[in-house]
Design a protein around this ligand. Structure first.
Ligand code: SAH
Length: 345
């Protein structure tokens, strides 16, 4: 029998489980408190639970913990990047960035990725599996414990496509927002997707109030389909219509990610076409000079990046160039895991 993973269970599920083993309902709140407030990972430390219950939990349940397989710290800006080992031996990356407004953690949602974007390191080694809610949560708890810091913002921009792991990601978001847990405000949670239209609509219905980021990276279907295979399934018109519905339903501004790749999507006419595509959409454009990934020849042209932003501003679009953090530790995601797989080969 596989062990029951308690770290990713919301309170009602914990209550149901404890009742199913003959325990009173209030034990669930005690257990929740040990896991999510006191952050205990050993059942024996849970002093207000009866010994018999602790023994039973030790037998059939588990609390998710991660091991630090590698840890890199930037000397430039204090960014810390982890390669975390999961209970089954797989690994994912997590990055902690320090900003003036607080500490932001970039978490992974899957081991590898199915989406196949041409410029992305996370997809190069293929897809293994989705993470459980507990494994996503443990990235936050483990980092807070290791660094002795409080994380105030979460971005789901690590390895994987979060909307391809919908239930676990939603459970994670509700748990991390829980007032009897880490209590991170929904406004400080953001999720980035390559554009799974059905799931964007589903997310809109949850009315969670998190920030949605869309990885757009192109202003026409031909270019986007070449860089992002997902565009063949959900072309830009459908994606942008879903974004509009999301904003209408939630009132939240969408953030569009646009990685600038020299000679590919960074000409002034691309900027003009982008402005045209996004006209009337409540949004912000995040321009990212593409990070060079070993297997590809993609690179960014700094001058073109500046001109692209100027052109967008001239057209009245709200666009900023993303600051690079952790440049000395290769902080962009996917690269550490990929390197480790290559080392072990
Ligand atoms: N699957 C999700 C989230 C993970 S990637 C998504 O596609 O949004 C987080 C962001 O980094 C995405 O916008 C992704 O397109 C971008 N990205 C991936 N590889 C990159 C690279 N080499 N340079 C710049 N941005 C990259």
């Amino acid at each position: 029998m596989p062990l029951i993973e308690l770290t990713g269970m919301e309170l009602p599920a914990l209550q149901e489980y404890l009742q199913s083993i003959g325990q009173p309902k209030f034990r669930a709140a005690q257990l929740f408190d040990w896991i999510h407030q006191k952050r205990v990972t050993d059942f024996d430390a849970m002093q207000n639970l009866p010994k018999a219950l602790r023994d039973r939990l030790k037998e059939e349940a588990t609390l998710t913990t991660l091991t630090i397989q590698r840890k890199l710290e930037s000397k430039l800006d204090g960014t810390v990047k982890y390669l975390y080992g999961l209970p089954d031996g797989e690994c994912v990356e997590t990055v902690m960035m320090r900003y003036s407004y607080g500490n932001s953690l970039c978490v992974s949602s899957q081991v590898g990725c199915k989406m196949g974007c041409a410029f992305c390191a996370s997809t190069k080694a293929g897809f293994v599996r989705s993470l459980t809610a507990g494994e996503i949560l443990a990235q936050v708890y483990e980092t807070e414990r290791d660094l002795g810091v409080k994380i105030s913002h979460i971005v789901m921009m690590g390895i994987g496509e979060p909307l391809d792991n919908y239930e676990n990601v939603l459970r994670f978001l509700r748990l991390i927002n829980s007032p009897s847990g880490a209590n991170i405000s929904l406004r400080n949670l953001s999720l980035s997707t390559c554009g799974l239209v059905d799931q964007i609509d589903r997310l809109a219905e949850e009315k969670l109030g998190i920030t949605l980021s869309i990885s757009l990276h192109a202003s026409d279907n031909e270019t986007r389909s070449r860089m992002m295979p997902v565009n063949r399934r959900y072309p830009m018109e459908e994606l942008l219509a879903a974004c509009k519905r999301y904003t209408d339903r939630t009132g939240r501004r969408i953030s569009f990610e646009y990685a600038l790749i020299a000679g590919e999507n960074d000409r002034p006419e691309d900027a003009r076409r982008l402005a045209h595509c996004l006209k009337g959409q409540l949004c912000h454009i995040n321009l990212i000079p593409v990070n060079s990934v070993k297997e590809t020849s993609f690179h960014a042209d700094r001058k073109r990046v500046r001109e692209f932003q100027q052109e967008l501003s001239r057209l009245g679009m709200n666009a900023t160039v993303r600051r690079t953090l952790g440049a000395d530790i290769n902080a962009a995601c996917g690269q550490l895991r990929r390197d480790k797989i290559e080392e072990t080969k």
